[in-house]
Design a protein around this ligand. Structure first.
Ligand code: GYE
Length: 356
């Protein structure tokens, strides 16, 4: 009897042990769980593009009051930019269109984030971009197209397929650069040594790339050599600091090619503090031709300012309205611009008539 009970007891213990080690039976229907897949890091939650607005509902009879414009400005880096921003704000008021202004603070990631924001904004039907850099826009432009937004480029061109935006309204920076090279050749005529220092705008921008390339195209005609080149990020402070550093190394410089007024005015201060006469010992050329440049030319410290027109808003809004109404536009509308010299007889009256 005792043996039988022991046998039963052993059998019960054994079966309990076996049950504990067996794989849990999946719920009746589920296949065995697949090994944990390496879930790629969650893609940034880019909400699906807003339903295509199928163009603007008001098309082809849209008016300025139908436009809600998202404007992606670069930042607020100087006189030219201030005039450009004012042009957009004032003209929007005059035309009665709604403007949503985005200051990218000269940060490309900010600008791209702002672009996504405007794509997601159901109110916005037009997006205007002053691109900080030429590359990296294809994807966000495709998203904007899918969302039915009209995209217009102002001020700076980009390297993207032309069918991804309506038109570009802005300067021929390469031509500005060519003008600058030709002007510097004239200023350095007859000089034995033609060493030029270049103050570059923000790296990667079309304005900086194209002005530099254009200047190099025409400087060769008279044997100019660029012996120093560095970004000053469009700022007077950085333009001054970079020039000071170069002057500590050498004063063998006959010309300064500053890609905008602010950097050139900074270099002029550095030259003076180094005991050199800007405009005399060293020829200085800048780009933009804002009020500060005219003041410096009238003081005889700046030799030439190649104009770059910031007052682009009327043309840009007109292009946006035409596109909203289904009109095809040329892919580039270059701005009309001149060159101003300290030697111009009527410089004072020109300066008095300028808006920026
Ligand atoms: O020359 C400079 C500004 O894009 C043309 O940007 C513009 C340039 C201008 O910061 O002053």
């Amino acid at each position: 009897m005792f043996r039988f009970k022991t046998l039963v007891f052993v059998l019960i213990v054994a079966s309990l042990a076996l049950a504990a080690c067996a794989p849990t039976a999946p719920a009746a229907t589920e296949p065995p769980a697949a090994p944990a897949a390496t879930v790629p890091p969650a893609a940034p939650t880019v909400a699906p593009p807003a339903a295509p607005a199928a163009g603007l509902a008001c098309s082809p009879n849209c008016e300025y009051s139908d436009l809600v414009v998202g404007f992606l400005q670069t930042g607020s880096e100087g006189g030219w930019r201030a005039a450009n921003t004012a042009s957009f704000k004032e003209t929007a008021d005059q035309l009665g269109l709604k403007l949503k202004f985005y200051d990218s603070q000269n940060d490309l990631a900010n600008q791209v984030a702002g672009f996504h924001q405007f794509i997601q904004d159901p109110e916005v039907n037009v997006i205007i971009l002053a691109a900080l850099e030429t590359t990296g826009w294809d994807d966000v432009l495709k998203e904007a197209a899918a969302a039915g937004k009209v995209v217009v480029l102002e001020d700076r061109r980009i390297d993207a397929a032309e069918d991804l935006y309506v038109t570009y309204i802005g300067s021929d920076f390469a031509e500005e650069g060519r003008k600058g090279g030709t002007e510097m050749c004239t200023l350095l005529e007859g000089m034995a040594s033609k060493n030029v220092w270049e103050l570059v705008g923000n790296v990667g921008s079309s304005a900086a790339k194209d002005r530099g390339q254009g200047f190099r195209e025409t400087m060769t005609a008279c044997g100019i050599t660029i012996t120093n080149s560095q970004t000053g990020n469009w700022s007077a402070t950085e333009g001054k600091a970079v020039t000071e550093a170069w002057l500590k190394e050498s004063t063998d410089v006959q010309g300064i090619f500053a890609q905008n007024d602010e950097m050139g005015l900074g270099a002029i201060e550095a030259l003076k503090e180094a005991g050199l006469k800007p405009g005399v010992d060293v020829q200085v050329i800048t780009f933009d031709a804002t009020a500060g440049a005219f003041k410096s030319m009238l003081a005889g410290e700046l030799n030439v300012a190649v104009e770059c027109n910031p007052l682009l808003a009327p043309q840009v809004y007109e292009a946006a309205l035409k596109a909203a109404n289904g009109e095809e536009l040329p892919k580039w509308v270059p701005s009309q611009e001149g060159v101003f010299r300290a030697s111009d007889a009527n410089l004072q009256s020109i300066a008095d008539g300028r808006k920026y």
